[in-house]
Write a protein that binds this ligand. Structure first.
Ligand code: PLP
Length: 349
C-alpha cells in the first residue's frame, strides 16, 4: 500500500540502499563486542571510536524533552545541514522548485542553488507577513518545499499562526517551519502539529537560545516516514561525539537557559526603548526573537559609525524590501549599554 507521504520522495532515491556500518546493529543493543570493523585506532581515548550514527541516546532525551517519538527526530550538523538534506531528499534538480518568502534566511536559496534546484520567491507583504494567497498562486506541482522561518530572520517578527496553518493545509508540497528563535517567542511551537499534518517538518536548533552555535546541532521533527527517508540519505557520521555529549549536558541545563532567555528578553526591551529615542532611527520593528530589526536614515553610514566604535551589527539592507535596515543581536548587559551610548553619541553629532 502506498502511504501518502511517499509522493514527496525523489523517485530515484526510493530504492537507494543506504551505507550501513555493522556497528549500528550491535553497539545499540548494549552488548559488549570486540570492535574490529571500522579500522579505528583501538587505544582508548574519548574519541577513538566513530560516533553513534543514529544518535540513539541523544534522540531519546530530545524525544522526552519535545514530547515526540525518537523516529520523528532527525539530527544534523546545524539546521544548515538539515536544510540542505531536505532539498536533497525531496527536490529533483532541474525539475522541482522551492518557495521562499523574502526577506528571509539566506541559506534556503544558497542550498537550493548549489543543488540545481529552482527558487521561487514570494515576497512578504508590507507588514512582513505571509501573503498566503500569493504563495498558493505562485506554487505549482513541482513546488516541493516551502521554507517558513518564524520568528523570521531578518525581520524578527512571528508570522500569524492562521497563515501558516492555511499553507500547511493547502500547499501541495512539504512545509518546513523553521523555529530557530522559538525560545524567545510567545508563539507556541509547531512540533506537536507533526502528529496531525504529514506534510509538516519543523526545524529547531541549538545555535540560538540553547547557546551552542559552535557545536553545530540542528533538530528536525516530522512524520516518521519522512524521517526514515532523511536518515537513509544522510552521511552516516554527520554528528560528531563531542557535539552529542555536549548536547546531552545542555539538556540538563534548561533552567539556566530559561534564565538566560529571560535576561535577553529584558535587555531587548531596554534596547528597544532606547532606540525609539534616537532621531536617525526611523522604525524599531516588533521583535519576537533575540535581535532587533530597525530602519534608519542611512544604513551604510550608521553601520560604518558603529564599526568605527567597535560594534558589529548586521547590515540587512540588501534583502528585498529592507532598504536602510540593520539587524542587531541582543548582547550582554554591558555590551548593550555600550551600544546605546554609542548610538546616542552619534545622534548628538
Ligand atoms: C540562525 C538560523 C538558523 C540556524 O542554523 P544553524 O545551522 O542551526 O546554526 C536556522 N534558521 C534560521 C532562520 C536562522 O536564523
Amino acid at each position: 500500500m502506498k502511504n501518502k507521504v511517499d509522493r514527496f520522495f525523489r523517485k530515484n532515491l526510493i530504492d537507494l540502499i543506504p551505507y550501513r556500518s555493522a556497528r549500528e546493529e550491535y553497539v545499540n543493543q548494549g552488548v559488549k563486542m570486540i570492535l574490529l570493523d571500522a579500522n579505528e585506532n583501538p587505544f582508548t581515548s574519548s574519541f577513538n571510536r566513530y560516533p553513534d550514527p543514529m544518535q540513539i541516546k541523544l534522540k531519546n532525551c530530545i524525544a522526552n524533552w519535545k514530547n515526540v517519538n525518537e523516529n520523528q527526530i532527525y539530527l544534523s550538523n546545524g539546521s544548515d545541514e538539515s536544510i540542505s538534506q531536505l532539498i536533497m531528499a525531496f527536490c529533483e534538480p532541474g525539475i522541482d522548485n522551492i518557495i521562499t518568502l523574502p526577506p528571509t534566511f539566506g541559506m534556503y536559496k544558497v542550498s537550493a542553488r548549489v543543488q540545481g534546484v529552482e527558487v521561487k520567491e514570494v515576497p512578504l507583504d508590507n507588514s512582513f507577513q505571509i501573503d498566503t494567497q500569493l504563495v498558493l498562486e505562485k506554487s505549482n506541482k513541482n513546488s516541493k518545499i516551502i521554507f517558513i522561518p518564524t520568528p523570521n530572520n531578518p525581520t524578527a517578527n512571528n508570522f500569524k499562526l492562521k497563515s501558516i496553518i492555511k499553507i500547511i493545509q493547502n500547499f501541495s508540497g512539504l512545509v518546513v517551519v523553521d523555529e530557530a528563535y522559538i525560545e524567545f517567542s510567545n508563539s507556541s511551537s509547531f512540533v506537536d502539529s507533526i502528529k496531525k499534518y504529514s506534510n509538516l517538518i519543523v526545524c529547531q536548533t541549538f545555535s540560538k537560545g540553547q547557546g551552542m552555535a559552535g557545536a553545530r546541532l540542528g533538530m528536525t521533527f516530522a512524520n516518521s516516514k519522512l524521517i526514515a527517508y532523511m536518515n537513509k540519505i544522510k552521511a552516516p557520521y554527520n554528528l560528531n561525539s563531542l557535539t552529542q555529549s555536549a548536547a546531552l549536558v545542555r539538556l540538563g541545563e534548561q533552567n539556566l537557559i530559561k534564565k538566560q532567555v529571560k535576561i535577553i528578553l529584558k535587555e531587548r526591551k531596554r534596547i528597544e526603548n532606547a532606540l525609539r529615542k534616537i532621531s536617525f532611527i526611523v522604525t524599531v520593528y516588533q521583535s519576537d526573537a533575540n535581535f532587533l530589526f530597525i530602519k534608519v536614515d542611512d544604513s551604510n553610514l550608521r553601520y560604518q559609525q558603529l564599526i568605527d566604535n567597535g560594534i558589529v551589527v548586521r547590515n540587512s539592507s540588501k534583502n528585498l524590501n529592507c532598504e536602510n535596515t540593520l539587524r542587531i543581536t541582543v548582547g550582554l548587559n554591558e555590551e548593550n549599554t555600550r551600544l546605546i551610548d554609542v548610538l546616542n553619541n552619534i545622534d548628538r553629532k
